[in-house]
Design a protein around this ligand. Structure first.
Ligand SMILES: [Zn+2]
Length: 80
């Protein structure tokens, strides 16, 4: 009979396995930015940003700029 500690460790391994599987499922069908470089300006993307969003392909500056443009066109409509 395994000890309580052994069972807890096994359970944690099991849960970690599920987390990894979910992560793979989530990222599998989406392009993941493996280069870690902003596609707009070519600057390296912050590690923390990539960890939070592995498919981020813009650095925080460009992403912020894009968000501002989106917010702008949502209010004023797309430029013609
Ligand atoms: Zn950039």
């Amino acid at each position: 009979m395994p000890s309580f500690e052994d069972q807890v460790v096994e359970e944690n391994d099991f849960l970690n396995g599920i987390k990894v599987q979910n992560f793979i499922k989530k990222t599998q069908n989406k392009p993941v930015n493996i280069t870690g470089v902003c596609k707009n300006c070519g600057d390296p993307i912050d590690d923390k940003r990539l960890a939070a969003n592995p498919k981020a392909d813009l650095c925080i500056d460009c992403a912020t700029e894009l968000e501002n443009k989106r917010a702008h066109s949502a209010i004023f409509g797309p430029k013609r």
